[in-house]
Design a protein around this ligand. Structure first.
Ligand SMILES: [Fe+2]
Length: 256
């Protein structure tokens, strides 16, 4: 299915997405933040926003549902575990659920707690930004060269387990579409601790004004949270065990 990113370029580098059905023009807005930008992008592409989908309960992902719902009449879909926290949910989502947009767009829900305990991701496959390959709308769980924080309702060991599971189960070609474009800053963090990481350095040099989205295979080369057994990472974060190193990297990134 086609997928479009709407990057705000604001201080939080929010990125929202439109996934749509090429046959009917019906679209799902995922984690809409700048409602004007989402509506403008939908209009420019001849799309009707029929669904709003939240990956988790944080205000910068779910806080503007009512505004977009009011403007479009779209139904709100959100994690089951966030019911009562996110207002006005029309349909709750849990592991294995499928979201159908029009006739040609399917998104599958996977639960991936850690950044918050309600967090879900949306798996799809498609053309356009997806390039015909699998993709994951991953909210604040995975970022380019990083992972989400755990300081606002999250839990570090749970995030470690989620990232570990995603690494084991996702197709390496899966392209990641996160809720924020932190790639450049995260690559600088990688290079701070792994200065000889040539993949990170090369990618950093190519980054321009529009977001660059990575695949799971690329993340293995540039993301310290994926590289827990690499000698440079073990030396920089001298902790026994993969989970302990993951948590130490998370703390270092929080302070950086
Ligand atoms: Fe968040």
């Amino acid at each position: 299915m086609p997928l479009l990113a709407t990057a705000t370029g604001n201080a939080f580098a929010h990125v929202a997405y439109l996934a749509w059905c090429a046959d009917t023009g019906e679209a799902a807005a995922i984690d809409p933040y700048s409602i004007d930008l989402v509506l403008e992008t939908a209009r420019a592409n001849g799309l009707t926003v029929t669904h709003i989908v939240n990956t988790h309960e944080h205000w910068d992902h779910a806080g503007r549902n009512a505004q977009l719902r009011g403007a479009t009449g779209a139904q709100v879909l959100a994690p089951k575990a966030a019911a009562g926290v996110i207002e006005t949910i029309d349909r709750t989502l849990a592991e294995g659920d499928e979201i159908a947009i029009g006739t040609g767009c399917r998104l599958r829900v996977i639960e991936m707690p850690g950044h918050t305990m309600t967090h879900i991701g949306l798996l799809g496959e498609g053309e356009g930004w997806g390039g015909g390959e699998p993709f994951l709308l991953c909210g604040d769980t995975l970022f380019g060269a990083g992972v989400g924080n755990v300081g606002y309702g999250g839990h570090g060991p749970t995030l470690f387990a989620t990232v570990d599971r995603l690494r084991r189960t996702l197709d390496p070609r899966t392209r990641l579409y996160p809720g924020h474009d932190y790639l450049a800053r995260n690559l600088a963090f990688t290079l701070r601790h792994e200065p000889d990481n040539r993949a990170a350095r090369a990618l950093l040099e190519t980054i321009g004004a529009t977001p660059r989205f990575t695949t799971m295979a690329e993340e293995e080369e540039i993301n310290l949270f994926f590289r827990l057994d690499r000698p440079a990472v073990r030396a920089a974060f001298d902790q026994a065990g993969r989970e302990a190193r993951f948590l130490a990297i998370r703390r270092a990134r929080d302070l950086w």
